[in-house]
Design a protein around this ligand. Structure first.
Ligand code: NDP
Length: 371
């Protein structure tokens, strides 16, 4: 049983079923084998910081994606990365020159891994240069920006994908398979706890302009997005409450701790916590009428660990970004459909929920959601 499940999951990360995100009663996945033999996606990385370093390392194990270009504001990093990843000078750009990727046949897509507040303008410029875009989460700092990015990519005829690495993670996909097969029964409740204690008060993550907010933009988004792929529905209302213990470190518009609740059309409710002021918070719990799942860690770099009413989750660990980039190459080059969407509309849904959470905190009122 477990072996057949493993085989199923090895094939599942990209599914042939081109379907909207449906409830488990409606959903029937059609697994197809990965096409890990096809053309390779040639990617320029933009913003050579902490996360790009991890992505670049993980991409060394990819079969369908490789780094062919670099975009950075720091010439010394360009030199170092050129040597490390064998990137020719003609494929290197800075933030003033990167529109020229338009004329570079070595680059199919640009992966934007810069601070959140820069994503909007950078993604639109890449789209206008005619290249596909992969953009880190959060896709932008509000839904208006996100919509403009989706529109710009559509107009330019390029794909826009968001760096939702958990959508390719095997234990997460196993839970989604179980839920869609009805193994938890009707879903009743989801809990998501996402947070860590943030350090350096001068970093961009605590700057409203560059971050767009605080913990919610950075880490709370995992509980938002997770609640949607775990429950298998989009929420229809949200309530939220903000608390702040340090007004100096967490200035106006930079949220420290927010608790929020989501209501789903099938009747499930979610209760979530987003914080920059507590450690050891990376946990999902979900219960249905027939079973439960708990995952901890649930969205960290892994290995993801957890158990259901049937036993331990036991899918093999592979670096998330390796699976993500191979999966995204299949989406961009082969038109494959992932089990859970990773496109601009998926990113936009989370931004609409974040906007509504901030509105709920400000007004104390429940906000209706129409995703
Ligand atoms: P870092 O601060 O480590 O790196 C960001 C890089 O962006 C910098 O090194 C710099 O690269 C470039 N940059 C351009 N303009 C600025 C600016 N004004 N201020 C600061 N940096 C600038 O951030 P992370 O790598 O941790 O985060 C980048 C993005 O990735 C964020 O959107 C974040 O949410 C996302 N992320 C996603 C994760 C995931 O698991 N999916 C995990 C971590 C982050 P250069 O010098 O080359 O120009």
């Amino acid at each position: 049983m477990r072996n057949s499940r493993r085989n199923f999951l090895q094939q599942l990360a990209v599914s042939a079923a081109a379907m909207p995100f449906l409830t488990f009663e409606q959903q029937a996945y059609t697994p197809v084998p990965h096409n890990r033999q096809g053309r390779v996606l040639r990617v320029a990385l933009m913003g050579l910081g902490g996360y790009a370093t991890r992505v670049a390392e993980a991409m060394q194990s990819c079969k369908r994606a490789k780094i062919t270009g670099l975009i950075s504001g720091t010439p010394a990093k360009i030199k170092e990365w050129q040597a490390k990843y064998n990137i020719p000078e003609k494929n290197c750009y800075n933030y003033e020159t990167f529109d020229q990727v338009k004329d570079n046949p070595d680059i199919d897509a640009v992966y934007v891994i810069t601070p959140n507040g820069l994503h909007h303008d950078q993604v639109i410029r890449i789209a206008r240069a005619g290249k596909h875009v992969i953009c880190e989460k959060p896709m932008a700092i509000n839904a208006r920006e996100g919509q403009e990015m989706v529109d710009a990519c559509r107009e330019a005829g390029v794909k826009l994908l968001v760096g939702y690495r958990m959508h390719f993670e095997p234990n997460t996909l196993e839970v989604i398979r179980m839920r869609s097969a009805g193994e938890f029964g009707k879903i009743m409740f989801f809990q998501g706890l996402s947070g860590f204690k943030i350090g350096d008060p001068t970093q961009w993550r605590l700057d409203k302009t560059l971050a767009g907010g605080g913990a919610m933009m950075d880490i709370g988004i995992y509980s938002i997005n997770g609640s949607r792929y775990m429950v298998g529905e989009d929420p229809i209302w949200v309530t939220a409450q903000e608390t702040k213990t340090d007004e100096v470190k967490f200035k106006a518009g930079v949220d420290e701790t927010i608790q929020f609740q989501l209501g789903f059309p099938g009747g499930a409710v979610a209760s979530c916590l987003s914080t920059y002021n507590m450690n050891y918070l990376d946990r999902f719990f979900m219960t249905g009428e027939k079973g439960f799942v708990e995952m901890q860690p649930s969205t960290g770099y892994g290995p993801i660990k957890g158990r259901t009413h049937q036993g331990a989750l036991a899918q093999p660990h592979v670096m998330h970004q390796t699976l993500q980039m191979d999966g995204m190459a299949e989406i961009i080059l082969d038109d494959s459909q992932p089990v859970v969407p990773v496109d601009g509309l998926e990113g936009l849904k989370d931004l609409k929920i974040i906007d509504a959470i901030y509105a709920a905190c400000a007004t104390g009122q429940r906000q209706k959601l129409s995703l």
